[in-house]
Unconditional design. Sequence first.
Length: 132
Amino acid sequence: LGDILLGPLLKINNIGLNYYKMMDNNEALEYYLEAYSLAIKELDASYEMTSLNNIAVLYSEENNLKKAIEYFQKAYNLAELPKDKLKKGIYAINLAQAYIDKNEFQIAKTYNDEALRLLQEEPDYLIEALAV
């Protein structure tokens, strides 16, 4: 079933990305939510995490930080399952930025420190984490 769902998921996600690039976040959100519903059916956690992150980015750009943090946190928590240090580090950076936007600097520092720890072996992402 996973292979059957992967093609449609990627197409739906790409349509959402196109709407995002056209700055139509409402339409992008609809497609990202549809991609997420497909991802949770039978695909591995990687696709689910990507969908959650895409949704969170949209909420963050709309300044709906509560929803952004909710979705970033779900992606961050899922990264624990496959022990994906790179993705968990990236999601920690995203959480840090969302908490900075909320002026909750101590929580942001906690996630930033976590990102630094997780991304030590990923120099490109480590530079991004240091910049936050």
